[in-house]
Write a protein that binds this ligand. Structure first.
Ligand SMILES: [Zn+2]
Ligand SMILES: [Zn+2]
Length: 459
């Protein structure tokens, strides 16, 4: 919960918790602005729930008690018999389907704030661009950005990857750095001077004894925002450049930085998707997407939807005060349909298409998916257990069980992970039968099960 005492708003910290709880119980507090956990507060007479950015995947809590706070808000509103407002620029496919089925009523804002027009889009074909080695910004972009800079437009270079480089490889022995706890490459963070696992937080130094001789000699393949920021500083040497990612914006200094960005004291930003989250930067009129990465990882049925939402929301950061704004997409794959979907001013075209694909293939929201993830220390024991568990469930539930397969991230936080996927009709029968069965199964010690109904992540 937000902000300071001066504005009469209390932050939901330990010392304020009591005041907030009693204020809610007695009905003294009339409005609560909260994160996921606010849904569990003991409201006395709740009248309305508003879910902002309803499509946002972070409503799903993936660890501990797995739930989707958006769906929980809808359920709570239904129990209390009160309205719930879902707010979004690009609805999730589930919500869009509910609008089509007339389960939800739709209200549209036809104009942007202060009647600003939507940004223009330009696609830069990297196949024809001559670029130096270890460079990711084309000459065409440099020219265009210079024109924007002359007009005092703020520039954002967007790349959704933290750190300096996601792949570190020894020239001599070809060894890479991977996390000892997870089956994941470590990301090199040059500013902090270490390699970091983005999943478990494991850290190490950039130094290794080489299998060939002496110390390893590293090359970095691929960029993160830190590396792009180095290139930007080289190409625009007199400009003030700042990185905008969870590594640079989580600290106390971030308030100061936000003020500087708003006042146009920072000329060029290099940012991750953190910047797409609802910030208002009045001078931001040029966004360069370094490489529009639309490579859908085959296991994620929502990757097209996620991309559309991300780039739409990113576009929404530009041209917010009425000046003309342009988003440039650098890409090697300019024939991708996804680019035309993203640049289409009407996201409903994409959603209609996506609904058709999901329907033909019996995917959510037309079927229910339930992920069963088994984790354990011993790979062999885990695989056997997963098979045994599948046999136990099979023919006893109203759904089809796929798997077991190794999870795309096979090892996470020192545990091996195996997945089963249940596909079934969208009736409560499936969940109920599963809820009755699971307690009757005795797992071998050391093996844990997580059940994820309507999974968002398939990692
Ligand atoms: Zn790790
Ligand atoms: Zn080596």
């Amino acid at each position: 919960m937000v902000q300071s005492r001066q504005s009469g708003i209390l932050v939901f910290q330990k010392k304020n918790k009591e005041i907030i709880w009693s204020g809610i119980v007695t009905g003294k507090i009339k409005v609560v602005i909260g994160a996921r956990s606010a849904l569990f507060l003991p409201f006395k007479k709740l009248g309305l729930i508003i879910v902002d950015e309803e499509h946002d995947q972070s409503y799903k809590q993936d660890e501990g008690v797995i739930y989707n706070a958006r769906d929980m808000a809808i359920s709570r509103a239904s129990f209390e018999n009160i309205p719930v407002n879902l707010i979004t620029a690009v609805p999730s496919v589930e919500t869009f389907q509910n609008i089509k089925k007339k389960k939800y009523k739709l209200s549209k804002l036809e104009n942007r704030y202060q009647n600003a027009s939507l940004p223009n889009y330009e696609i830069i074909d990297l196949n024809n661009a001559k670029m130096e080695k270890q460079s990711w910004i084309s000459n065409e972009i440099i020219e265009k950005v210079n024109i924007h800079l002359k007009k005092k437009d703020q520039i954002l270079f967007f790349l959704n990857r933290r750190g300096f480089s996601p792949n570190v490889l020894c020239k001599k022995c070809y060894d890479t750095f991977s996390c000892p706890n997870c089956s994941i490459n470590l990301v090199y963070h040059k500013i902090r001077g270490n390699l970091l696992c983005h999943y478990c937080g494991y850290k190490t130094h950039l130094e290794k004894n080489c299998k060939k001789d002496g110390k390893c000699d590293f090359i970095f393949s691929g960029p993160g925002v830190e590396r792009i920021s180095e290139e930007v500083k080289k190409k625009f040497p007199n400009k003030i450049v700042e990185i905008f990612s969870s590594d640079t914006m989580n600290k106390k200094s971030s308030k100061d930085k936000l003020e500087k960005i708003t006042n146009n004291e920072i000329e060029i930003l290099v940012g991750t998707q953190l910047i797409s989250k609802g910030f208002h930067f009045p001078n931001l009129n040029c966004i360069v997407v370094i490489d529009i990465d639309l490579s859908s990882n085959g296991h994620d049925l929502r990757s097209a939807e996620k991309n559309l939402q991300l780039y739409h929301q990113l576009s929404g950061r530009a041209g917010r005060t009425g000046k003309s704004a342009t988003i440039y997409f650098q890409s090697y794959n300019i024939n991708n349909n996804m680019i035309s979907d993203i640049t289409n001013k009407n996201p409903e075209n994409f959603l209609e298409k996506e609904i058709r694909i999901r329907k033909i293939n019996n995917l959510p929201p037309f079927q229910r998916f339930i992920s069963l993830i088994l984790t354990g220390d011993n790979e062999n024991k885990l695989e056997k257990e997963a098979l045994r568990f599948k046999l136990f469930l099979e023919n006893k539930i109203c759904g089809k069980i796929l798997g077991p397969v190794n999870a795309p991230i096979f090892r996470l936080k020192r545990k091996y992970r195996v997945r089963l996927l249940i596909r079934g009709l969208k009736t409560l029968k499936l969940q109920n039968s599963l809820a009755k069965l699971i307690p009757k199964y005795k797992f071998t010690s050391g093996i844990k099960l997580s059940v994820d109904v309507d999974p968002i992540s398939f990692n």
